[in-house]
Ligand binder design. Structure first.
Ligand SMILES: Cc1cc2nc3c(=O)[nH]c(=O)nc-3n(C[C@H](O)[C@H](O)[C@H](O)COP(=O)(O)OP(=O)(O)OC[C@H]3O[C@@H](n4cnc5c(N)ncnc54)[C@H](O)[C@@H]3O)c2cc1C
Length: 486
């Protein structure tokens, strides 16, 4: 047991939550926040947990929506961010949206007045000093340059990214395998070297290809904001930029049809092929290879559903390219969010490769609890991967898969929102409605989501009950602001 404080760098969504969790578990915290001494390009205030853009925490539906489930888990774990969001919610239908100023002020006050929290307004401008025995780096997508450089030199060139180039990710169950097929190009082995069928291939005829290119060129794009002046790397060019270079460019790039035979129509060579690569260890999510894009989200869904086999694609996430700072967590972190090469250092928040306010706060919640456990000489394992909290930890610390033989895959870890594709599947036979009707299609998918959500809350309660933090849980549940919605 040590009285040394946990040093938390960054007082955003993750750092504020981590500070609260650790302090509530009796561990002193020093929270280092650089604003207002140093500013970022997006924050406007000196408040902790400032929402830099939208005021929405997205869906609050725990039964059928993975982020709503994450809200509920955070309520049960006594989360500061969710408690204050509930307290300052504004009307937004089934979403949880907040009065941003009141929310941030309320988080700031809670931490300012906590007897175990000291807030220091300063930039941590280099690698954390050796005499800080426990550190959580939660500096977010706009980590200061000085600290980013220090992280880069400590962890290595390919371990830190300064922007995300995200290709859309599709739920496996929504891919039409009567049109698509599994095969690696030239039947070469896929992830883990085990098999010649590592990719899912969608074939296009000449007419389909030309229609697709025309739609790509015509589709509405989002523009980089001025502060996002990060240049594209040639290896991460958006597909529409490639298409602008000439109608054949994609056919010689990510859509090349070579080394593949369509078993549904073996005598006809496809004019172009779109490939999907397994994105998570569970095999439930597949990314469209090389399809990072700045197309607007609405247009992406419409245009990508033109691809044979993806007509009914459900997207776990759509593509995008943004200024972002995140580490290669699957390579660098252990399953307790600790830097493998230096376990006194944890990472939390968006810098770990989760995406969004809620997910970032969620990783702060876990990191804060784990750091507090270390201080008491306990070893706290992550929640089970059947929970939304555990599924996120599992994804960033090991769930994402790469193909070591495929250069484009080695740096393919990209930020991820929580979604049901990150959860282990739930084994189900026939599912029936209360009237005994056999559920199919969307009804079945909805019923499965609910089963996964119910399983998650049960497993989370068991995880919480097993640790001193159960006290936090009980207090949160008895508070009006955190009342469980059913
Ligand atoms: C422009 C922009 C718009 C976004 N819009 C949305 C949105 O609408 N919805 C959504 O869900 N997500 C959005 N995101 C993502 C969002 O930033 C994250 O989801 C969330 O805020 C990340 O939480 P965090 O705690 O990891 O980082 P942050 O909330 O950004 O907190 C990091 C904190 O660390 C501080 N800091 C940085 N470097 C140092 C240092 N060296 N020393 C001390 N302090 C430091 C910063 O000042 C900041 O307060 C957006 C991101 C950006 C960049």
């Amino acid at each position: 047991m040590t009285k040394e404080p946990v040093h938390i760098i960054g007082g955003g969504m993750a750092g504020s939550e981590a500070a609260w969790q650790a302090a509530e578990l009796g561990v002193p915290v020093v929270l280092h926040e650089m604003r207002p001494v140093c500013l970022t390009d997006a924050h406007q205030t000196d408040g902790l947990a400032e929402l830099v853009c939208s005021n929405s925490f997205r869906s609050d539906d725990w039964e059928y929506n993975a982020v709503g489930l994450l809200h509920e888990e955070m309520r049960r774990a006594g989360g500061l961010i969710i408690t204050k969001a509930d307290l300052h919610r504004v009307p937004a239908g089934s979403a949880l949206a907040v009065d941003r100023d009141a929310f941030s002020e309320s988080v700031t006050n809670a931490l300012k007045t906590h007897p175990l929290v000291t807030i220091q307004r300063e930039e941590v401008a280099g690698w954390p000093p050796d005499n800080w025995s426990s550190v959580i780096i939660a500096t977010g997508p706009l980590t200061s340059d000085n600290l980013a450089k220090a992280v880069l030199s400590r962890t290595g060139q390919d371990a830190l990214a300064f922007f995300d180039a995200i290709a859309p990710i599709v739920h496996l169950e929504s891919i039409d395998m009567s049109k698509a097929w599994r095969q690696s190009r030239y039947d070469k082995a896929g992830p883990g070297g085990d098999g010649a069928d590592a990719y899912i291939n969608c074939p296009l005829t000449k007419e389909q290809y030309e229609g697709f290119i025309a739609a790509l060129l015509a589709g509405p794009k989002t523009e980089f904001k001025e502060w996002e002046g990060t240049p594209y790397f040639e290896g991460c060019l958006p597909i529409e930029v490639m298409a602008e270079r000439g109608p054949e460019t994609l056919r010689y790039g990510p859509m090349k049809p070579v080394g593949l035979t369509n078993p549904h129509n073996p005598t006809q060579k496809p004019w172009a092929v779109v490939q999907l690569r397994q994105d998570n260890r569970l095999g439930t999510l597949w990314n469209i290879v090389g399809f990072q894009t700045k197309l607007r989200h609405g247009a992406q869904a419409e245009i990508f559903r033109m691809i044979p086999g993806l007509e009914n694609a459900q997207f776990a996430r759509l593509g995008g390219i943004h200024r972002n700072t995140f580490i290669n967590s699957p390579k660098l972190l252990d399953d307790r969010l600790r830097l493998k090469m230096e376990p006194r250092i944890r990472f939390a928040g968006q810098i770990t490769g989760v995406e969004g306010y809620v997910e970032s706060a969620a990783m702060g919640l876990i990191a804060g609890r784990m750091a507090a456990a270390d201080h008491s000489g306990r070893r706290l394992a992550a929640p089970p991967s059947t929970t939304a909290l555990g599924a996120l930890v599992a994804h960033i610390t090991g769930g994402h898969v790469t193909d070591s033989q495929d250069v484009s895959s080695v740096r393919s870890f990209q930020p991820m929102n929580v979604n049901y594709g990150l959860f282990p599947d739930i084994v189900t036979g026939d599912l029936r409605s209360t009237e005994g009707r056999r559920l199919k299609g969307a009804d079945r998918a909805r019923a499965r989501k609910r089963m996964m959500s119910v399983r998650a809350l049960g497993d989370l309660d068991a995880w919480l009950a097993d640790q001193p933090g159960a006290a936090l849980q009980n207090r949160s549940q008895s508070s009006d602001a955190c009342a469980t919605r059913t």
